[in-house]
Design a protein around this ligand. Structure first.
Ligand code: SPD
Length: 355
């Protein structure tokens, strides 16, 4: 049996994360490109537990080794294998200026500067709610993307459960939306936003504490033009954040924005998420921009499963956790999902490891 195919099967059995042969191939491409384990995950686009186990198995097979500086490298056997299989290193031709998003933050320098100044005082990400904030460049690009798609000016906008990124604040700072409602479980973020709204006299925005495991009250259903969120990658969280986000939309033709990563969920799960969007919720996916969202490394990393299962002790230095930015649109007959969540598995499951 082909070595890469066998490794894929063994990894799947061991980790319960679905992987295929080409995921193993991509890890080898990534190792040809960087020795840093966290960047290998970034380039391989697979969940951490799968990447860690693939690397371990390739080490046991004599294909890879770890040097004294904790770089992951190919052995001579490894070089022979990649040459035999025609596996190449990864090249990146994406635009350096906009970091591949297509919406450069400097297109609105005033907004960017104001945001960076205000965000200096932001609360630090905490583990309890799977927080990990995106870079200011990402947050501003989210706003510029929305504006470019006609989803900002004079719109009623709901920003849900992801205010560690301060996207609701950035939307409000444009003063172009008709109304902004920010909800988050973390009181620190809500107090932060409300203080800024008050100090800057932004009177069409408010922030409110809300646990998305609870259904929305009737007065929040069908009241918004646009929702924005960034859920943890479990099914329960997908429903709580995105199902409920869709429930807040007024009618067909309204839009939702959210991030999905391949660091905490597999491409197989993406298929299931996408099926839920299309078949159950009745929305269409209009955009998926890979690696749009760049997350700044979080201080609680050493306490996570990801750190525990990594084949190296070295902590991430560069940005390695990125996610795709999805835009969806409601179609006639779309479904508003607003059930209570009883699932215990909200932040973490077999594919997730960074909480
Ligand atoms: N725990 C690491 C930071 C994760 C931030 N959330 C990313 C959600 C992507 N949908």
């Amino acid at each position: 049996m082909d070595l890469l195919f066998r490794i894929a099967q063994e990894v799947q059995k061991e980790t319960k994360v679905r992987v295929h042969r080409r995921n193993v191939e991509k890890v080898l491409s990534a190792v040809l490109t960087t020795g840093d384990f966290w960047k290998i995950i970034d380039l391989s686009d697979i969940p951490v537990p799968a990447a860690a186990e693939i690397v371990r198995r390739l080490i046991s097979e004599g294909v890879l080794f770890i040097d004294d500086s904790e770089n992951i490298l190919l052995t001579q056997k490894g070089y022979d294998l990649v040459s035999e299989l025609g596996i190449a290193s990864i090249v990146d031709h994406s635009c350096r200026a906009c970091e591949g998003r297509g919406y450069p933050f400097y297109s609105d320098k005033d907004l960017y500067r104001t945001f960076v100044e205000i965000a200096r005082e932001r609360p630090s990400p905490i583990r309890d709610y799977d927080q990990g904030a995106v870079t200011p460049e990402t947050t501003i690009a989210r706003v510029l993307f929305m504006d470019s798609r006609g989803d900002l000016r004079n719109k009623e906008i709901m920003v849900m459960g992801a205010e560690d990124d301060l996207t609701g604040l950035a939307v409000a700072l444009t003063r172009k939306a008709k109304r902004v409602l920010v909800i988050d479980i973390d009181e620190r973020l809500i107090d932060f936003d409300n203080r800024v709204f008050r100090e800057l006299g932004i009177d069409n925005a408010e922030a409110m504490v809300w646990d998305l495991r609870n259904p929305f009250p009737e007065e929040m259903i069908g009241k918004f033009d646009v929702f924005i969120t960034d859920p943890p990658e479990t099914f329960a969280a997908f429903r709580a954040f995105i199902g409920r986000g869709i429930a807040t939309l007024k009618e067909e033709g309204c839009a939702g924005y959210f991030g999905l990563t391949l660091r905490d969920s597999s491409i197989f799960r993406w298929k299931e998420f996408q099926e839920t969007l299309l078949n159950e919720y009745g929305v269409v996916i209009t955009d998926i921009i890979q690696d749009f969202n760049h997350y700044m490394n979080w201080e609680y990393h050493p306490e996570t499963k990801a750190a525990r299962i990594a084949p190296v002790k070295r902590e991430p230095k560069e940005i390695w956790y990125r996610s795709a930015w999805y835009r969806i649109e409601t179609l006639p007959g779309f479904k508003r999902w607003n059930e209570p969540i009883s699932d215990e598995v909200f932040y973490l499951d077999e594919e997730g490891s960074t909480t």
